[in-house]
Design a protein around this ligand. Structure first.
Ligand code: XMP
Length: 517
């Protein structure tokens, strides 16, 4: 693979995605990995990511100069660029000048490997305090900006390259082109990796591992568990049993999409457990968000365990032990859990379809190496319905954490109706791909006075929370067109009983989280 050394601040994953978009397989490795560990991975090239720190800050991640002598093509970006300059004997100055955001880079040599064929002036995205003051010996300086005399360098002989900016962000107009120049011309790699090739590879691996044993999978109706199930089904057919726990907290039409569309298009064997009553009973009288999350998580596991035991029992009676559990784990989860940064527990997230601790199965995680957009491609190739593949993120605890107040059958019906209208109008306006997700929230604990028909009403507000994001870690509120907002508001207040007001949440994340609870 092409290894992206992670100097922090989430740039590394984005770089790995961009490399894969260039059809070269790429993985992230922490900056604490030693040169021996990196060599052992046999990388085709190494990219040093940006990071939050100054190379002079206490505890700043260190770049071992031996990595640059290992013969791999290396490309440093931002922090990686400065770390590279320092490790090669150049000088990094604490100028005290900060350059942040859009900047124009002037390219000194548009025939160089990185910049060949590109315009001599281009918009780039900067975020740095220190600057490279002297380039290391042997390095040719190829670009500058107002705040950085030395903004890019390359040494084609040793195949070492660097830029001060962030080519991976879309604001750097020629960023992807630059990266491709490094990969194809600098490192000599061929663009031949694709999400599609993952299917063949995984099918073979899964068949080998599973043999004639049985496999179980919890379906949530979301993209990840559906695609994972479809992939395993392609490999082992009816040796897979999927369990779908209907907890009654899904949106309008979602349970049907799983029970009908998914089964029809993939042919998986599905066990549906109707647990709607059970969840309502468990949630009765509960208003605290964390209590709700814990109850939903706990009940889910209990129901899933019972269903799993039934499947295991049936299979055993047939002489086929169930030995494996499918999980829709994605690459960002893998990278993040390897990071172990001990971040504060803001919310008790849980994945419906998640793994009960004491279920003794070996895991099959066929999507472990993939990013979300790649999972979608795999899903489409496997024939998973578009309604599922393009579904926006939806939290495991579902509508349960979109009702501020008690989760009752009535509140659920109200919210489901309002949500269906909002989703319908957003889709009709062609905005689905622009929005990361749009939670619709019912403030069941809040009432306001309204006038509808000839009379006073005392109803509940609905909150629209459209957000734009790349990864849900940070988000901004989406500037939806007023006429779309007006249509949603008009329809909800007219068509949904008990709702007399629609409000728009204009908070970014941070400080707000995406969900209200
Ligand atoms: P927050 O509200 O923390 O949400 O900004 C970030 C993203 O995570 C989703 N979310 C969840 N997903 N189980 C999940 O699988 C959960 O318990 C959960 N809570 C929030 C949320 O929809 C957003 O995409």
């Amino acid at each position: 693979p092409v290894l992206v050394v992670d100097y922090g601040a989430q740039y590394a994953q984005l770089i790995a995605r961009r490399v894969r978009e260039a059809r070269v397989y790429s993985e992230v490795i922490p900056h604490t990995a030693s040169v021996e560990e990196i060599r052992a991975r046999d990388p085709l090239a190494v990219i040093l990511s940006g990071g939050p720190a100054s190379v002079y800050a206490d505890g700043a991640p260190h770049l071992d100069p031996a990595l640059l002598d290992s013969g791999f093509p290396v490309f440093g970006m931002c922090y990686g660029f400065q770390a590279m300059a320092l490790a090669l004997g150049g000088e990094v100055a604490r100028t005290g000048l900060r350059e942040y955001g859009h900047t124009v880079a002037t390219i000194a040599d548009t025939t160089s490997i990185l910049f060949s064929g590109q315009p001599a002036e281009q918009s780039v995205w900067m975020s740095h305090g220190d600057s490279v003051a002297h380039a290391p010996a042997g390095m040719r300086v190829t670009a500058s900006t107002a705040g950085a005399k030395i903004a890019a360098f390359e040494d084609d002989e040793r195949r070492l390259y660097g830029v001060q900016w962030h080519p991976e962000v879309l604001h750097s107009t020629f960023g992807q082109n630059l990266l491709e120049h490094f990969l194809y011309a600098g490192a000599g790699l061929t663009p031949d990796w694709s999400a599609g090739s993952v299917i063949e590879e995984q099918v073979t691996l899964i068949r080998e591992r599973v043999g004639d044993k049985h496999v179980i999978c919890g379906l949530s109706g979301g993209v990840d568990s559906s695609v994972a199930a479809a992939l395993v089904h392609k490999a082992v057919g009816d040796q897979l049993t999927c369990v779908f726990v209907d907890h009654g907290l899904l949106r309008d039409g979602e349970a049907e999409q799983v029970e009908q569309d998914f089964v029809a298009s993939t042919g998986v064997r599905l066990l549906v457990v109707d647990a709607r009553e059970r969840f309502l009973n468990a949630l009765a009288g509960v208003g605290d968000p964390e209590d709700k999350r814990k109850i939903i998580g706990r009940e889910f596991i209990r129901v899933f365990e019972q269903a799993a035991r039934d499947v295991v029992g049936e299979a055993a009676a047939d002489g086929h032990p169930v030995e494996f559990l499918v999980q829709g784990t994605l690459y960002p989860d893998v990278v993040e859990s390897g990071g172990g940064t001990g971040t504060a527990n803001i919310k008790s997230h849980h994945n419906v379809g998640g793994l009960p601790d004491d279920l003794q199965f070996a895991l099959i995680e066929p999507l472990r190496d993939l990013f979300k957009d790649e999972v979608r491609k795999v899903g489409l190739e496997l024939g998973v319905p578009e309604s599922i593949v393009w579904r926006q993120p939806f939290p495991g605890p579902g509508l349960g954490i979109r009702i501020v107040g008690e989760v009752t059958a009535e509140n659920l019906a109200t919210l489901r109706a309002a949500d269906a209208i909002a989703r319908h109008e957003l889709t009709a306006a062609g905005l689905d791909r622009e929005i990361w997700q749009c939670p619709v929230v019912l403030l069941a604990d809040v009432r306001s006075v309204g006038v509808q028909g000839d009379g006073r009403t005392y109803g509940h507000p609905i909150v629209l929370r459209p957000v734009s994001s790349e990864d849900a870690m940070t988000a901004d509120w989406t500037r939806l067109p007023y006429d779309v907002l007006a249509r949603i508001s008009g329809r909800i207040t007219n068509e949904v009983d008990g709702v007399n007001r629609v409000t728009l949440d204009v908070t970014s994340k941070p400080p707000g989280t995406i969900e209200w609870e």
